[in-house]
Design a protein around this ligand. Structure first.
Ligand SMILES: [Zn+2]
Length: 428
């Protein structure tokens, strides 16, 4: 073997080793159009039936696993941190799971559980953060919705007015509130849009517009401060880094700004948001994955928080807003990366786990109606059915919505109605 050849092989195996360190090789066969001549009995194990819907056999497996995991979660939560009220790792995340289960099943018990958990959350708020995922806005927004569904209008209004009071901190020019989704203004904007979706416009457009303007101004100012020749008109940083992904970065912020409910003017979308999205697109790796930050050049993370599984949602919405195929094409390329590198060793969660990656396929399915994506989301669900058997890392908050079991249960529950699936605290 020539020297060059052996060097090349070494390089290849190094990157494969790196990949295997983070993800399990995906050994599931990919979607193929079923052979119409084949005996349908051969396909009884497949997750999709002849009509391309999730088969009743697979659906049953999923539903029984949901029951089993819910029991384990309830048991595990008995020792969870009583002061963690957050959507991300605390009580509000569990409330949100039950709210979603109630939507699907109409079972009163699920709504009651949602109420119990959100009450635990709103009792221990600390006024330190403003976002839906990690701040007071999450419990207050979910509280407003749960109370409303139970007919407790006074309590619902109280939550709503406390939510709106947070805008002082969000809008104050000398606040140190960042712009990203997890802790920042985009995370507060999500709370407003969520309440408006659930309670039919309870938050007035003037308030939404003020928050949107604050995000736009912050991005313009920071962009102007950069002395780069290739300017990104809306630029943001978090902890001195220009992150790209959905949780801390540009993709999450642009995704919120493009939401119809954010009512951003078409000129602003085309003059500021669109060129910013295109700027991020040019940072894409050859694999189709995206870097975790603009200065990062290693193609490693395939998580919702960092990488293609978060950016894909921005691309899909850009396709709907700007009606250009290049966005959809790159979204489908994200899906390839996620299919091959998305069964994560970090676990089965939503933020940086297999369930969160599965949501990318659900979103592609909702938009394209291609069975391939529903099939792939079922295969990622199938992986989650073997929860705990792959030797994955155990997260710090193992039962929580974004790190742990509650998120996996939520993902599994989406398969009952994939067309209405919704990544929590992000999709609208
Ligand atoms: Zn994460």
């Amino acid at each position: 073997m020539g020297d060059n050849m052996s060097k090349r092989l070494k390089l290849i195996s190094a990157s494969e080793a790196e990949m295997e360190e983070r993800a399990f090789p995906n050994l599931y066969p990919d979607w193929e159009q079923a052979d119409p001549a084949a005996d349908p009995e051969d396909h009884h194990d497949e997750p999709l039936d002849a009509e391309g819907q999730v088969s009743s056999v697979f659906q049953k497996k999923v539903q029984s696993k949901i029951k089993d995991l819910l029991q384990q979660m309830e048991e595990g939560l008995k020792t969870a941190d009583p002061h963690d009220f957050s959507t991300y790792t605390g009580w509000t995340g569990i409330a949100l799971l039950y709210l979603r289960l109630h939507q699907a099943s109409q079972e009163a018990l699920h709504l009651q559980r949602a109420l119990d958990y959100v009450k635990r959350a709103t009792r221990v708020l600390n006024g330190r953060k403003v976002s839906f995922l990690c701040g007071d806005a999450g419990p207050l927004a979910v509280g407003a919705v749960v109370h409303h569904k139970l007919g407790n209008e006074a309590e619902s209004r109280d939550c709503l007015s406390r939510l709106l009071q947070l805008q002082r901190a969000v809008l104050s020019p000398d606040s140190d509130v960042p712009d990203e989704l997890l802790y920042g203004r985009a995370g507060f904007l999500y709370a407003l849009l969520y309440v408006n979706r659930e309670l039919g416009g309870a938050v007035d457009q003037a308030t939404v517009a003020k928050v949107v303007t604050a995000i736009l101004e912050s991005g313009k100012t920071f962009s102007a401060e950069q002395k780069k020749s290739d300017r990104c008109p809306l630029l943001y940083e978090w902890h001195q880094k220009q992150y790209v992904g959905a949780a801390h970065g540009l993709a999450g912020i642009y995704y919120l700004l493009m939401q119809p409910g954010a009512n951003v003017h078409a000129d602003v979308l085309s003059e500021l948001v669109r060129p910013s999205i295109d700027y991020v697109r040019h940072k894409r790796f050859r694999s189709g994955n995206f870097p975790s930050s603009l200065s990062n050049e290693s193609d490693r993370l395939v998580h919702w928080c960092h990488g293609a599984p978060g950016v894909v949602h921005m691309l899909l919405l850009a396709h709907q807003v700007f009606k250009e195929d290049k966005y959809l094409k790159e979204a489908t390329e994200c899906a390839e990366v996620i299919w091959h590198r998305g069964l994560l060793r970090k676990g089965y969660g939503i933020c940086h786990g297999t369930a969160g990656n599965g949501y990318a396929f659900l979103s592609l399915y909702k938009l394209t109606k291609e069975k391939k994506y529903l099939y792939r989301s079922c295969k990622f669900a199938d992986w989650c059915l073997a929860y705990g058997t792959h030797g994955c890392r155990i997260p710090d908050r193992p039962y929580s919505l974004f790190e742990g079991m509650a998120g996996t249960i939520l993902y599994l529950s989406e398969l009952a109605d994939p067309q209405n699936s919704c990544f929590p605290a992000f999709e609208l």
